[in-house]
Design a protein around this ligand. Structure first.
Ligand code: PBG
Length: 322
């Protein structure tokens, strides 16, 4: 035999030399949930994660930061009294999210703080946009999203991340940020976000499931891939800095497709349901969580992701440190 591919697999050092994909904490973002109470509230469907008070949030973010995790993505869990149809609380400079951002940036100026732009945590309807007569109104929602992004930037967010899937929101946000002087605040657009059942545990965490209907009139149909081209082209034209494909593992073909059609950095979100599957199987003794986590993240990178949002960021960073 002239050809023996196994020669490149003989030992760990050789395998390391020929490995095509690397993974490090520098590519990871830890999503976190914050609530008003100082008492952590564990999220049953996401073992290891809890809604944290601001002090607890800073402490856990510091743990991630010290392990080399590049950033955090913040999601506020609000009490019902702060929710209304237009998500008014989202622009309050003293709101929970804005205070959380200030606390994190004060404690760790170098940590990349990413904030979510969408109405759902603030909406009494549990939708990402304003509901009018049972429909999600795109154009009424845009100025609200823009004002939310400006409030987050004013609090110190480095990157705002519209996850709402309204048409035209990247442009509306870019213009509003620039007008307010936040020209260096980036936009991570959830460009290719599917209407996925894998978000279930996240909606438990925020108590943000839609009160009526579903998100299929704005999030993409899982059967589509060509359509992602249209979404990413619009977001590029509108000024997005990063594009996201979400969820992660079930959509690797989409990630590869997007990678091949854009020069922008691509993020992906290894979502709550993906994390929950690993944790649940590991609890039953059916899977090795640590190895499956690192393998999942490697596969997301191999498919084209530069940036990975994952609930396993701290675990992965610790494993990678050895
Ligand atoms: C909502 C939002 C969702 C996630 C991030 N932002 C859920 C949804 O669209 O219903 C999901 C993240 C996850 O499942 O981990 N704007």
């Amino acid at each position: 035999m002239d050809q023996r591919p196994r020669r490149n697999r003989v030992g760990p050092a050789v395998r390391g030399l020929v490995r095509e994909t690397s993974i490090s904490a520098a590519h990871l973002v830890l999503p976190m949930f914050v609530h008003e109470s100082a008492q952590p509230k564990p999220i049953a469907s996401m073992p290891g994660h809890a809604r944290l008070g601001i002090d607890g949030l800073v402490e856990k973010a510091r743990e991630a930061y010290e392990l080399g995790v590049a950033g955090v993505a913040l999601f506020p869990a609000l009490e019902g009294k702060f929710k209304d149809p237009r998500g008014k609380e989202s622009t309050n400079p003293e709101g929970l999210l804005q205070r959380s951002v200030r606390a994190l940036k004060k404690a760790m100026p170098e940590l990349v703080v990413i904030t979510d732009v969408a109405l759902d945590p603030y909406s009494s309807d549990g939708h990402d946009g304003v509901v009018i007569d049972g429909r999600i109104d795109n154009d009424v929602t845009l100025p609200i999203l823009a004002a939310m992004a400006v409030a987050q930037a004013a609090a110190g967010a480095d990157v705002v991340a519209p996850s709402d899937m309204m048409d035209g929101r990247v442009l509306a946000i870019r213009r509003a940020l620039d007008e307010a002087g936040h020209t260096n605040v980036g936009i991570c657009s959830y460009s290719v976000k599917y209407a996925s059942a894998f978000y279930g545990p996240f909606r438990d965490a925020l108590d943000s499931a839609p009160k009526a209907g579903d998100k299929k009139t704005y999030q993409m149909d899982p059967g589509n891939v060509r359509e992602s081209l249209r979404e990413i082209q619009l977001d590029e034209e509108e000024g997005a800095d990063w594009l996201m494909v979400k969820p992660g593992l079930p959509y690797l073909d989409v990630m590869r497709f997007v990678r091949e059609h854009s020069k922008l950095p691509i993020a992906t979100y290894h979502v709550s349901g993906e994390y929950a599957m690993l944790k649940a199987a590991a609890e039953k003794g059916w899977l090795d969580y640590d190895r499956c986590l690192l393998e999942s993240l490697t596969c997301l990178r191999r498919a084209g992701a530069d940036i990975i949002f994952t609930y396993g960021a701290i675990d992965a960073a610790r494993l990678l440190r050895g």
